[in-house]
Design a protein around this ligand. Structure first.
Ligand SMILES: [Ca+2]
Length: 282
């Protein structure tokens, strides 16, 4: 989601930061020393979106167009993010991010940084995607860095799910690192076909530990990337990351084949986000 150049392939927690999870993590660590297989997965963070608005104890609503620091969010994206009900709502048990065009393109973006930051775990999001040329919804993660700005891609990016409307039904999963990034055509990525991604809810998940990240669709593995012998230049994922949900409009990738202005408004519906300290049942 943060890519700076056009590419063919796509590009984008509180291990120790959530007070309530510290004791669980310590317990898990201790139990891990005795044998991780005997510990049960624990739900350490979740939002079922059952209220009437965004829970700001869990999410920060991002507003604006990225300027002046990073206008267009580094990808020449066209939207301005707002917190208005027309762009962002919680209704019928779902978070709804609506990208639309009025005088300009507007949309919404939520981040958990400082409120939900995790190192490793099983992160699962049940969602139904917007459709139409020019839409670019994403479920992705960036590092939670204390006291300094992010250096991209060196600090890493995990794209759990990305979809661009001109390529309807293909969902992309990617990591970006210093060693593996699209600037050099070395990013690590895969895609999976979902015929009804914009008609039905599916679960998009990663299972992330100190050795690898596995991506799952509706509980089925389809991509595993391993740390292997990489140092931070290839694997900056031994660190806390936070979750981001948004729909971009246009941009270097999402807008590569233009924007179809007949499609608006377009909802990106999220039924829930659940974060476990490890994969349930594993
Ligand atoms: Ca729900």
């Amino acid at each position: 989601m943060m890519r700076w150049l056009v590419i063919l392939a796509p590009l984008s927690l509180c291990l120790f930061s959530c007070n309530t999870s510290d004791s669980k993590q310590e317990a898990a660590t201790q139990a891990g020393a005795e044998g991780a297989e005997r510990t049960e997965a624990q739900l350490i963070w979740q939002d079922e979106f059952e209220g009437n608005g965004v829970d700001t104890t869990k999410w920060t609503v991002v507003e604006g167009n990225g300027c002046p620091e990073l206008c267009g969010f580094g990808n020449n994206e066209r939207q301005t993010y707002t917190s208005s009900p027309g762009n962002l709502s919680v209704e019928d048990g779902k978070l709804v991010i609506t990208a639309r065009k009025d005088s300009t393109y507007t949309s919404a973006k939520l981040v958990t940084e400082g409120k939900g930051d995790w190192q490793y775990g099983y992160i699962e999001v049940r969602a139904k995607l917007p459709e139409g040329r020019g839409t670019w919804p994403a479920i992705w993660m960036l590092p939670t860095l204390e006291g300094r700005g992010m250096k991209w891609p060196d600090d890493g990016e995990i794209d759990i799910m990305e979809h661009v409307g001109y390529n309807q039904g293909w969902v992309y999963s990617t990591i970006h690192t210093d060693k593996y990034n699209h600037l050099e055509g070395t990013q690590k990525s895969d895609s999976i076909r979902i015929e009804d991604a914009s008609e039905a809810f599916h679960t998009y998940a990663i299972d992330w530990d100190d050795k690898q990240i596995t991506w799952l669709l509706d509980g089925e593995d389809y991509l595993t990337l391993e740390k292997g012998n990489d140092d931070k230049s290839g694997w900056p994922f031994d660190a806390p990351f936070h979750l981001i949900l948004n729909t971009a409009v246009g941009g270097d990738w999402g807008g590569r084949e233009g924007i179809d202005d007949r499609v608006w408004p377009q909802p990106f519906e999220i039924d829930y986000v659940r974060v476990y300290n490890k994969k349930p049942g594993a």
